[in-house]
Write a protein that binds this ligand. Structure first.
Ligand SMILES: [Mg+2]
Length: 379
């Protein structure tokens, strides 16, 4: 089997309303989709998303450099292709735009590999047809406490038993009040996770996490800048709240730095950011080798296949408003029931991009996007 052709498209999808975390105000989600055709008549689809910056650069890297290199290669050689292309990109950066681009390409190759085997992706990865626990997640720091509680109540009524909410409001006790209100809503048996989106520095993080222990969180995600490995190690030793890291980490070496530094309790690789499934599996193996659980970040449509196959994967994350169906990029809602998500049973990963949002104009290379001018940025 040989690769005979590739296509790429990218979109900048407006959100229904801005979503605010401790670090960013998100107004758009960007989507880059790669299609790879083969001589066997099998095609694969891969994609990555961004929080609103970088898709045009990913598109340029793929269309100008990486995808043309694939022509004639056997798409089932995912390990060799991944390593060769990562090394091609390495001088430009071993993570970031390069691994976002590699993710879209790698996911398409795994889709072909699973379709060629006639198996759903989770089975190719060694998994079984099990319901995977899924938690409710939202970018909700801008919500009033009343609206935050209403959101948690609706999620619980829909069958969720695990929840993640944003922290990082200005007042020292404001986060605690919001967390306790959600804790009262989800009950003592509900799992509560917190995400500070890299907001704090070490001293403030220690103080705030000690206060937040009252809400009994499973973990605090990204309390400090993700580059501050030693800060996370020191925070873990002193604050009493387990630390989850990975949303901003781009390859296995960055995860290994955290693991060997005793700086994380939960590893959160994002299959769109680490270079796709090939690299995700290596990061999961790091967790397995050190007895650390994997809590896959986002990408629920793919994470469900990975979690169905990995014994150390706890659950998957459904970010309300940002999964592909909510974005309008697909027409099939997630098959969620009683807190569980079932991976699709057809060959491949099962994602088909055919949603109404994609009827709009895509990103045109070189076109400036509308961003807030720096002089208007209060930060
Ligand atoms: Mg996060």
């Amino acid at each position: 089997m040989k690769i005979t052709g590739t296509t790429i498209r990218a979109w900048r999808l407006p959100l229904a309303s801005p979503m605010i975390s401790a670090r960013v105000t998100m107004t758009h989600r960007e989507l880059v989709v790669v299609e790879i055709e083969t001589s066997a008549g099998i095609s694969g689809t891969g994609w990555c998303t961004t929080a609103g910056v970088g898709a045009a650069a990913v598109q340029a890297l793929l269309s100008g450099y990486l995808l043309p290199m694939l022509t004639g290669a056997d798409p089932r050689m995912v390990e060799r292709i991944w390593h060769r292309l990562w090394m091609e990109c390495h001088a430009a950066g071993p993570g970031g735009i390069t691994t976002l681009a590699l993710s879209a390409l790698d996911i398409a190759l795994w889709d072909i590999k699973a379709k060629a085997a006639g198996e759903p992706l989770y089975r190719l990865l060694g998994g079984g047809p099990r319901g995977v626990p899924v938690y409710a997640s939202a970018i909700n720091l801008h919500l009033s406490q009343e609206d935050l509680v209403a959101q948690a109540r609706a999620q619980r009524a829909a069958g969720y038993r695990a929840f993640k909410l944003k922290v990082g409001r200005p007042g020292l006790h404001e986060d605690l009040e919001r967390c306790l209100a959600v804790r009262a809503t989800i009950g003592d048996d509900g799992i509560l996770m917190l995400d500070a989106n890299q907001k704090w520095q070490l001293g403030e993080a220690i103080q705030r996490c000690r206060i937040l222990t009252e809400a009994a969180p499973l973990f605090i995600e990204e309390p400090l800048l993700s580059d501050d490995v030693d800060g996370h190690r020191r925070l873990r030793q002193s604050c009493g709240v387990p630390v989850a890291m990975g949303e901003q980490l781009c390859n296995r070496f960055e995860f290994w730095t955290y693991v060997r530094s005793d700086a994380a309790d939960y590893l959160q690789p994002d299959v769109w950011k680490v270079g796709g499934i090939t690299e995700f599996l290596k990061i999961a193996a790091l967790g397995a080798s050190t007895n650390l659980p994997i809590s896959p970040h986002g990408a629920v449509e793919l994470s469900v296949h990975l979690a169905a196959a990995l014994p150390n994967a706890l659950h998957v994350e459904n970010i309300f408003g940002l999964n592909l169906f909510d974005l309008g990029a697909t027409t099939k809602p997630l098959p969620f029931r009683d807190g569980l998500l079932q991976p699709p049973d057809g060959p491949g990963h099962g994602v088909v991009f055919d949603g109404p949002a994609l009827a709009g104009a895509g990103i045109r290379l070189g076109e400036a996007i509308d961003r807030m001018p720096l002089q208007r940025d209060p930060g």
